[in-house]
Design a protein. Structure first.
Length: 255
């Protein structure tokens, strides 16, 4: 399994006020202006803690970030201490979204947020079920899941291989794929791939993408059916900007 925590810890050196503001704008785009304020907020797969921090700055109370990687939890705690004046409404815990009893013990939240995480658990179906059950009736659920594409199976093999070839092999794979990914993103979006709009910078994102295993994916139609079967109404879908990128789903839980 890929060591996501190490990559988040490395990326965290690049966090600044601009990145926090971009994260806040991303949450506003997804949930609407002032819709996060005074809401309880669960961040599943907090990574660097960036979006937990952004949620708190937007007025969410309380904010809980979860991550299966202890290094990610420590990184999130350190970043919160650096970028927030008051830590009384935010906390981070090491938890697996696949651990149903531990997830159930958390209670319910007005907003459950999990961007690009549940497809890396090794059991996306159970992860979606456990995450969705933490949403209070009438609450909001936001997830981003890799889109199904004809190249998805090839990428799954590359990711599997990356985690088995050792440090030198991993570096070689990264440097081989940098120009391929850069060109593909530029041709699809006609935007500079070096200017990331959310989350990581380009190089850390490359490592996350190439190494991110386990790896699952689903089409928009597949995800819509899963979410509706789990008691959610789809409010918005933001399709992936690149074919193998993440489709974003904003849902409301039925009362």
């Amino acid at each position: 399994m890929f060591k996501f925590g190490e990559n988040w810890a490395s990326f965290s050196k690049n966090i600044d006020e601009e990145r926090i503001n971009e994260a806040m704008q991303s949450l506003k785009k997804l949930f609407g202006e002032d819709m996060v304020a005074s809401k309880s907020f669960l961040d599943i797969g907090s990574g660097s803690g960036l979006f937990s921090i952004a949620a708190l700055r937007l007025g969410a109370r309380p904010v809980l970030g979860l991550d299966v990687d202890p290094l990610s939890v420590a990184t999130s705690q350190n970043n919160a201490a650096q970028w927030l004046k008051d830590l009384s409404w935010i906390s981070f815990r090491q938890r697996s979204v696949l651990d149903t009893p531990q997830m159930n013990s958390l209670g319910l939240f007005d907003i459950v947020y999990s961007w690009g995480v549940l497809h890396h658990t090794g059991n996306m179906k159970l992860a979606l079920q456990n995450a969705g059950q933490r949403v209070s009736p009438g609450g909001m659920f936001m997830i981003a899941i890799y889109n199904r594409h004809w190249s998805s199976s090839a990428w799954k093999f590359i990711k599997w291989l990356y985690n088995r070839v050792g440090t030198i092999g991993q570096k070689l794979l990264i440097w081989i794929l940098i120009p391929v990914i850069f060109l593909a993103k530029w041709l699809v979006t006609f935007k500079n791939p070096l200017r990331m709009q959310r989350g990581m910078d380009f190089m850390h994102n490359i490592v996350d993408w190439v190494g991110g295993y386990p790896y699952e994916y689903a089409s928009i139609n597949e995800m819509t059916a899963i979410l509706e079967n789990n008691g959610f109404r789809i409010l918005d879908v933001f399709p992936a900007k690149v074919p193998t990128g993440c489709n974003e789903f904003v849902c409301r839980k039925n009362k």
